[in-house]
Design a protein. Structure first.
Length: 74
């Protein structure tokens, strides 16, 4: 038996790894969560890459955007 692999719709070549690029921490789940779930179920290693510094999107009183970015980078 061969190890499981995933294929993209309309493509016949399997792939072992995939990279998901997104701007906000929850974007991947909202935009392609089902696809990522199918890929991982098929044995594909999926890597997430957040393309922003995380400085926006907080209502935390008393913190600047720069402070938020440092906290989120950890």
């Amino acid at each position: 038996m061969h190890p499981p692999t995933a294929t993209l719709t309309g493509m016949d070549r399997p792939f072992a790894t995939a990279m998901v690029l997104f701007a906000h921490p929850d974007d991947a789940e909202f935009m392609c969560g089902g696809t990522v779930a199918a890929w991982t179920a098929a044995g594909t290693d999926v890597h997430y890459v957040v393309i922003t510094d995380g400085s926006a999107g907080s209502n935390e009183p008393g913190l600047t955007r720069q402070e938020i970015a440092v906290f989120r980078e950890r």
